[in-house]
Design a protein around this ligand. Structure first.
Ligand code: PAF
Length: 282
């Protein structure tokens, strides 16, 4: 695996593959890799001849009171995992390379960025869209893969690619979960054992609401049940919502829907989401 920290070295590597007519897949990450990321890498390997993984803890997507400083950084362990998995190139830009002095551009995907997580984390999706637009321009992949755990992020990126006519196939990879159902996340490392035990209430609450909606319970009543379960488990809720799967706005009968939640246990904010079949509502 090549590890590159300079843009010209990245471009030289990718240009050679492209000249040989070979496809390139990009897996953007912020490191602290777990099996969820490795599922993206495996899907990338199936989709293209070459896999590029980026690791960049993007300061622009963290709010002033968020966990940028303590976000786990595990470059050596990450690099070993990626090399063992057969990744071709690890792109490790510094903050100075990504955002040189004088950097003045903000990419903002309105609408889909403004609700749910966007409403609770102002500027977060602008930070994501800006860095992902840069990563797309730097790597010029044929395909890019993102985890469905960050469902709203995936929707923002899909909209970005459509709006900017980017010729990049965006693939969402299903959420990887622990045996008890907790979605894998780099932030799970913050949980102390007691919080980890309580955290399983998040996927359970979503499952409860999904089954209730499937049985014909009014969505608002099903969401209220899920909120009660989370509160009883010690969560402070940001939102539990049923939304249109593409726009993240209000559900539209006949269109795919998603149940999404964000809640804090101790100091750790967790998110999760699951599909709701269209024929179960509306
Ligand atoms: O999902 C993430 O890890 C990040 O939001 C991403 C897409 C790498 C952008 O920084």
């Amino acid at each position: 695996m090549q590890t590159v920290r300079q843009l010209d070295a990245l471009r030289a590597g990718v240009t050679a593959w492209r000249a040989a007519g070979e496809r390139v897949a990009l897996v953007p990450t912020m490191g602290a890799l777990h099996d969820g990321h490795m599922a993206l890498v495996e899907a990338a390997k199936r989709a293209a001849e070459h896999v590029v993984v980026s690791i960049f803890v993007n300061p622009r997507q963290f709010g002033p009171n968020e966990d940028l400083a303590k976000y786990p950084r595990k470059e050596l362990a990450d690099s070993r995992m990626l090399s063992n998995a057969g990744v071709d190139l690890l792109w490790l830009p510094s903050v100075e390379i990504m955002y040189p002095d004088g950097f003045a551009t903000n990419v903002s995907v309105s609408g889909v960025s403004d609700v749910l997580d966007g409403a609770h984390r102002p500027g977060h999706f602008d930070g994501v869209a800006t860095v992902v637009a840069k990563l797309f321009n730097q790597v010029e992949p044929d395909i890019a893969l993102f985890g469905e755990k960050d469902w709203q992020q995936l929707a923002v990126i899909r909209q970005l690619v459509v709006d900017l006519d980017l010729d990049i196939e965006i693939v969402g990879v299903p959420t990887q979960r622990e045996d008890d159902g907790l979605a894998l996340s780099s932030r799970n490392a913050y949980l102390i054992p007691e919080e980890r035990a309580q955290a399983v209430a998040l996927p359970r609450a979503l499952g409860l609401a999904e089954r209730a909606i499937a049985k014909g319970v009014e969505p608002e009543a099903a969401l209220a049940q899920a909120r009660e379960m989370l509160t009883a488990a010690g969560f402070e809720i940001d939102y539990v919502a049923l939304a249109d799967a593409a726009t993240l706005g209000d559900p539209v009968p006949g269109r795919p829907m998603r149940l999404l939640a964000a809640a804090r246990i101790g100091g750790t904010r967790l998110i999760d989401n699951i599909p709701v079949a269209t024929n179960e509502y509306g």
